[in-house]
Write a protein that binds this ligand. Structure first.
Ligand code: USQ
Length: 406
């Protein structure tokens, strides 16, 4: 297949591009390199030393003989460039990662909220609009999030996208219908993924676009089989308070002797998936497109659920790290259960990589290797969901006063 990977320079976009290229597909990355600019804005850098995208693709070619093409295009702003590129290349499939993906970053200020909404919604809409305008039968695979559902299971497992409901008609009969599972976003970022869902439903119905939406959990790990091929193919690894996600953060914190930053009671249960499984799921989704004229295909892209405090306690036991119980900068349920259906990927052959497979200590080792690159002052999560919460997030786990965030 000829595949365009929108956002192919990012944390999952890069290993996905390598994986698909390795599997024999013709891969084109379209990216505006915004993650690199945001690193500069925040004054942080990936734990792992990352080369430029041009250097990464050069090394890939030198090591494997395969080419990955790179195009500097901003999907949200350069509609005509995007349309011209699609008209010229007519890809069989598109993997769409080209969105701002951090909840804390999206909640930092009014400017960050505007940026996240404008960037994410425009990028998705421009893509859909261009596919219709060019009359392309391209399969669009989008990276959504488990967070569109919220994290409450009301005693029933979260289904894969659609919920069967019975509705009583005016004549007293009950008709059954399948509706999109009610969305319940917990941040501006998560809200943009809910808006994406509506755009997809409309374009699948009105223009018969073939769309798959992958509702992914929190991705952990850093290496995949392909990023291991050469040191310069290494994936990025975010540890800072905005872009670092919980499990990877705890592992790097353990490696540098920083107390594990549990928000609140740590009773939040979330869905997880290893980055290697994430790229496999994307390949499976590409190989199983929905029919033209059908509804949006939705998969829950996760393999296990864990409670934040259980993760902290497990890593503390494994490494001897201390745990810091911090005021929660977010507005979220302090405790929740989470049961999620994920049969569709399992039936299509996914063999889940679980936490118990020795990979946790491998990540601690990666973190130790690059520990000299860590700026400890960037570890605390200071982006607060509301002004009253901001007033409570004052000290980091090492007891230092943080700059005011309210
Ligand atoms: N948390 C801590 N300590 C930390 C960091 C996080 O206790 O140092 C807690 C948070 O309060 C939250 C949970 O861990 O309850 C998860 O936070 P996270 O930063 O790991 O994940 P989240 O903000 O939900 O976002 C990440 C990705 C996003 C993806 C989402 C999937 O950044 O792109 O969509 O995970 S999901 O969480 O299933 O919605």
């Amino acid at each position: 297949m000829k595949i365009a990977v929108m956002g192919g320079d990012g944390f999952i976009g890069w290993p996905t591009s390598l994986h698909l290229s390795h599997a024999g597909h013709e891969v084109h990355i379209l990216d505006n390199l915004s993650r690199r600019w945001i690193d500069t804005e925040l004054g942080v850098q990936s734990l792992t030393p990352m080369d430029s995208i041009q250097e990464r693709t050069r090394i890939w070619h030198a090591e494997t003989g395969r080419r990955i093409h790179f195009n500097l295009i901003d999907l949200a702003k350069d509609y005509e460039l995007l349309k011209n590129w699609l008209a010229e290349h007519r890809p069989d499939a598109i993997v769409h990662f080209a969105e701002q993906r951090a909840a804390p970053y999206s909640m930092k200020s009014d400017r960050h909220k505007n940026y996240t909404v404008n960037n994410n919604v425009n990028a998705t809409h421009n893509l859909l609009n261009a596919l219709v305008e060019l009359d392309l039968d391209t399969h669009l695979v989008h990276l959504g999030t488990m967070g569109v559902y919220g994290y409450s299971t009301v005693g029933a497992a979260i289904p894969e996208g659609y919920l069967p409901v019975g509705i009583e008609t005016m004549s007293g009969e009950t008709v059954s219908q399948e509706i999109l599972y009610p969305s319940n976003p917990g941040s501006i970022y998560h809200m943009t993924k809910c808006l994406d869902q509506l755009l997809f439903a409309f374009y699948a119905k009105n223009d018969r676009l073939r769309i798959t939406d992958l509702h992914q959990g929190i991705v952990w790990g850093t290496h995949t089989a392909e990023t291991r091929i050469h040191e310069q193919l290494i994936n990025r690894f975010d540890y800072d308070g905005d872009y670092g996600t919980v499990l990877n953060r705890f592992l790097i914190q353990a490696a540098i002797g920083y107390p594990l930053t549990v928000h609140g009671t740590g009773g939040q249960t979330r869905a997880f998936i290893h980055v290697q499984d994430s790229v496999r799921c994307i390949e499976i989704a590409l190989n199983n497109p929905p029919a033209r004229g059908g509804r949006v295909e939705i998969f829950n892209q996760m393999t296990e659920t864990h409670r934040v405090r259980d993760l902290a306690e497990m890593i503390s036991k494994m490494t001897g790290a201390k745990i810091a119980w911090l005021p929660n900068p977010r507005k979220e349920a302090p405790e929740n259960d989470l049961v999620v259906k994920n049969e569709k990927f399992i039936e299509l052959g996914l063999k889940p990589t679980t936490l118990g497979e020795g990979l946790l200590s491998e990540i601690v080792d990666v973190a130790k290797k690059y520990a000299y690159r860590v700026d400890r002052s960037r570890v605390p999560a200071v982006s607060a969901w509301t002004k009253d919460i901001a007033a409570t997030v004052e000290r980091d786990p090492e007891g230092k006063r943080l700059k005011s965030v309210s």
